[in-house]
Design a protein around this ligand. Structure first.
Ligand code: 9WN
Length: 459
């Protein structure tokens, strides 16, 4: 290839990198980054982890600060809250707001006011992010490497407490799978994964509320419906009545679901935490505990395999029934890693099939949040069909880790092609490629920066 051709090939990537960096800088509020400029003006837990990975390619110190800020709001139970509220956002900027959650007033485990958080959590991507930041820093200056190394000492006990909370309070049966109390905890809020379990929730009197999200999207079909919101808010009321106490919630809450994607992220995060434990010289007993959590999680995921769908399925703890839907969460075992050859081949066959990347109607061969072959599929509706770039990143990362660098590279190139319009949308209509939800979504920009760093081998 001539030097001129190489330079022309690199030009769109350079433009994407510059635009992605500009998005993070615009959404940056110092120690943390808004998930999106207007729709999400606070710090979200799993967004922050992906965002920190993006920052690592711009500023290691800033990447570390992102995680530090989030963990400063960790609950006494070890839970990392799904939202840390920005006190500068006026009332009505996002709903439900801190006043609706009332965590500090209701739970002794919540950080005391004026800190304010939600009373839920989200998938634990944080150890993966901390480990990746440390790896990126190895290629930088000595000062960067030292900053990242020190951050592991600081974060390790907090990450361990977070994972311990998930392995105990969120899995009192010791099953290896995490129980979620609300679809918001899955991060895939209105996915058809939750339809059956949510339909069984009898909605009581929800105190009046005004949604803020609909002001920030072009049309309401892109967001959850009013009926879905009533159910979300009713579950919040019940969690408040239980004072956000895990034991009380486990006894009586009407939505208790074993989430396979959340659980798989925890397995992968335990692998990363094991690596961090080795770096910081943690005690052997702690390292064995972490490895035990990962193994238990892998075994449990293997048991949730549905051979007919070729996917892994969530299940409803209250009924014991599997939640049979075709969604991206079905690839949970790939995210967890450590699969035998047969199961990996079966998962990849599903991945390539017309139910997912092989669907002829897709604009790009990228994983839709819900399969176009699922009865719950809606091409414009949030988690019911659109493609989410950060989810593509997670599967790309998992493919690299599973020893498929060529597949990973193909997914990365396609993922970057989708983002070349510079919009960094929250999600994309899978058939037309229309950008939907918020523009300038921070984690979309962050994964572009990580992809552009160009390693397909997994870590
Ligand atoms: C509720 C911030 C968050 C993401 C979630 C995504 C969406 C919130 C909402 O936005 O959820 O937590 O208001 O819809 O579903 O994954 O973390 O980007």
């Amino acid at each position: 290839m001539s030097t001129d051709t190489a330079a022309a090939d690199a030009a769109p990537d350079l433009a994407t990198a510059a635009a992605a960096a500009a998005v993070l800088r615009r959404n940056d509020l110092g120690g943390w980054t808004k998930a999106a400029p207007a729709l999400y003006p606070h710090q979200w837990s799993w967004d922050s982890a992906f965002i920190a990975v993006g920052w690592a390619h711009l500023d290691i110190g800033r990447a570390v600060r992102e995680l530090r800020t989030l963990f400063a709001a960790q609950w006494a139970t070890g839970m990392v809250p799904h939202i840390v509220f920005n006190p500068a956002v006026p009332a009505g900027g996002y709903f439900p707001d801190a006043a609706r959650w009332e965590c500090a007033a209701l739970s002794p485990a919540a950080p005391p006011a004026p800190a304010a958080t939600s009373g839920l959590c989200q998938p634990p991507v944080h150890a993966i992010a901390a480990h990746r930041i440390w790896q990126v820093a190895q290629n930088g200056s000595e000062a960067d490497a030292a900053t990242a190394r020190a951050s592991l000492d600081e974060l390790y006990p907090r990450l361990l407490a977070w994972h311990r909370y998930l392995a105990t309070a969120r899995d009192p049966e010791g099953s290896g799978l995490v129980t979620i109390y609300h679809p918001w905890e899955s991060g895939t809020d209105n996915s058809p994964r939750w339809d059956a379990a949510m339909a069984a929730v009898a909605v009581g009197d929800v105190p009046p509320y005004v949604r803020a999200d609909l002001r920030h999207v072009a049309d309401p079909s892109q967001r959850p419906t009013m009926e879905e919101y009533d159910r979300y808010l009713w579950l919040v009321e019940l969690l408040k009545r239980a004072h956000y106490d895990d034991a009380a919630i486990t006894r009586a809450h009407p939505f208790l679901v074993k989430d396979v994607l959340f659980s798989a992220v925890l397995v992968a995060a335990n692998d990363a935490l094991g690596e961090i434990a080795a770096v910081v010289g943690a005690a052997d007993a702690e390292r064995a505990t972490i490895a035990g959590w990962a193994e238990r999680g892998r075994r449990a995921l293997a048991e949730r395999w549905d051979p007919a769908l070729g996917l892994c399925l969530d299940y409803d703890l209250r009924t014991g029934a599997p939640l049979a839907t075709r969604t991206v969460a079905g690839f949970a075992p790939l995210v967890a890693g450590g699969l035998g050859a047969d199961r990996l081949a079966a998962l990849l066959a599903s991945f390539d099939s017309p139910a997912f990347l092989g669907n002829p109607r897709l604009q790009w061969p990228l994983p839709p949040s819900t399969s176009p072959t699922d009865p719950g599929f809606r091409s414009r509706s949030y988690w019911r069909g659109p493609t989410w770039p950060f989810m593509t990143w997670l599967l790309w990362w998992a493919l690299g880790r599973a020893g498929h660098p060529e597949r990973a590279a193909a997914l990365r190139r396609t993922g970057l092609a989708q983002l070349a319009d510079g919009r960094f949308a929250e999600y994309y209509e899978p058939f037309t490629g229309e950008p939907l939800g918020s523009a300038d979504q921070s984690w979309t920009a962050a994964v572009a920066l990580d992809w552009l760093a160009g390693e397909d081998g997994g870590t």
